[in-house]
Design a binder for this molecule. Structure first.
Ligand code: FAD
Length: 449
């Protein structure tokens, strides 16, 4: 068999290489460190954790990322095996000794007879004679490769910055205060004229909200992030609030073209709009609310928005340097570039977010590439599993026009019976997922050892 080339030996690339090799497929893993460093890595180890040493909750019954851990274990994940072997006490979280963890991944990959590591930058599109490639170069993809991908896929298809607005679960929005309506009742493409959820402020509520924004705690930019300026089109809301008390009311919170059916006699003073974020309609993002506020501050302040007092957040907002593709537009369901199917993408560069999600997408890319190399067809995990939910989101479920990085969360899963509430609802998601994963693993060829 000729080798599959994996570019990037981070969380995703290491996992992809492992999945390929354990199925008998030779791999050349290209990692540019230490020949060429990134702004965030500090060692030459594979799967280096650039910041926190935590994979978040390990609760596979009530937490979506804990479920993803368990699914990856059942799929023979190297990243999870090494994480479990090097875990440190962290309550319900899976946290690791970072050197022990990266060292174990590096050792497993280096000593595998089917994996060759080449230390060097791939500084452009992979050569034509590499007939199967997985690009897993992460949020800090080196500029020459990023430029090549951008000129191939088009100007708008590769972002260098993520400006993330917070996302809430629809079921936590109080619709006795908020209401569905598009501005001037205009239906967008495929819309109904009721495409947005609106939350209206009275004057005193708006003033209190602006005061809270001005006094909130912010996250500092890292030194290297400072060199990337804000785009005027995606200023953080707290920066807009600093420009004047009415700036937001004339910007993303403008109250025009909207009538509050709960108070039809009063014109709203300001309005926050929430836009559908996934095809299932379970998640909504706060339009124009990208922010650098600390997460705890975001939750506190955004619950001051009328209708969001009890909001549960699928993710909070942020602004970082991050290279990622418009995957819903560019990739097929097996993570292949539609315009050049010999190239797959995996990890954070696909627009999933987080160590675990990146490794999970690497695991899928490795399985898919192996299935093809062995003469079969890639088999996608069921949409009801955490693996299937994240894959479905990045390859089609997310709205391509507003695509921003996303962690795994229950809002990405097809809903369970709506009469099941609270903790039981989470348990219903996770039980269904593990049962369906079992069926998929039993049916999929080349199950990992
Ligand atoms: P990486 O782990 O970054 O791996 C990509 C690899 O590709 C790197 O080793 C790089 O050297 C190599 N590479 C890049 N370009 C080339 C090239 N042209 N040729 C060859 N090799 C190349 N997520 C969390 O869950 N928790 C956190 O605390 C966290 N903190 C983060 C902090 C920072 C500063 C950043 C940038 C991201 C953070 N993330 C965090 C997000 C993300 O989960 C991690 O970046 C994660 O490592 C992504 O995995 P990956 O495999 O896609 O990319």
């Amino acid at each position: 068999l000729s080798p599959v080339h994996v570019i990037g030996g981070g969380l995703a690339g290491s996992e992809a290489a492992w999945q390929l090799a354990t199925r008998g497929v030779p791999v050349v893993l290209h990692e540019m460190r230490p020949v060429r460093p990134t702004e965030a890595h500090s060692t030459d180890q594979l799967a280096e954790l650039v910041c926190s040493n935590s994979f978040r909750s390990d609760d596979a019954e009530y937490n979506a990322v804990g479920l993803l851990h368990e699914e990856m274990r059942r799929c023979g994940s190297l990243i999870l095996r090494c994480a479990d072997a090097h875990k440190v006490p962290a309550g319900g979280a899976l946290a690791m000794d970072r050197d022990g963890f990266a060292g174990a991944v590096t050792e497993a990959i280096t000593s595998h007879p089917l994996i060759t590591i080449e230390r060097g930058e791939v500084a452009g599109l992979p050569p034509e004679d590499w007939d199967s490639v997985v690009i897993a170069t992460g949020p800090l993809t080196s500029p020459p490769l990023a430029e090549a991908i951008r000129s191939f896929t088009g100007e708008e298809s590769l972002a260098f910055f993520d400006a993330i607005a917070p996302i809430v679960y629809l079921e936590s929005v109080d619709l006795s205060k908020a209401w569905f309506q598009s501005r001037y009742d205009k239906p967008g493409p495929g819309g109904t004229g009721k495409d947005y959820i609106n939350c209206a402020f009275e004057k005193d509520e708006y003033r209190a909200f602006i005061d809270a924004l001005l006094t909130a705690e912010k996250v500092d930019f890292k030194e290297w992030e400072k060199s990337t300026p804000y785009f005027e089109g995606c200023l953080p809301i707290e920066v807009m609030a600093e420009r004047g008390v009415d700036t937001l009311r004339y910007g993303p919170m403008k109250p025009v073209g909207l009538t509050n059916p709960h108070k039809p006699e009063r014109r709203p003073y300001a309005v926050v709009q929430l836009r559908q974020d996934n095809a299932l309609g379970t998640l909504y993002n706060l339009v124009g609310f990208q922010t650098k506020l600390r997460h705890a501050e975001q939750a506190r302040i955004f619950r001051m928005i009328p209708g969001l007092e009890k909001a549960e957040f699928a993710r909070l907002g942020g602004l970082h340097r991050n290279t990622f593709l418009n995957s819903p537009r560019l990739l097929d369901g097996a993570l292949r570039l539609k315009a050049q199917p010999r190239i797959r993408f995996a990890g954070q560069v696909t627009g999933c977010e987080g160590y675990v999600e990146s490794a999970a997408v690497g695991l899928l890319a490795g399985r898919f590439a192996a299935a093809e190399r062995l003469g079969g067809e890639p088999s996608a995990p069921p949409a009801t599993t955490a693996l299937g939910a994240i894959l479905g989101h990045i390859t089609g479920g997310a709205n391509a026009d507003t695509y921003q990085p996303m962690n795994v969360n229950f809002g990405l899963f097809p809903p369970v019976d709506e009469r099941i509430r609270g903790r039981d609802r989470k348990l219903a998601y996770t039980r269904r997922a593990l049962e369906d994963l079992g069926g998929w693993l039993a049916a999929a060829p080349g199950v990992a050892s």
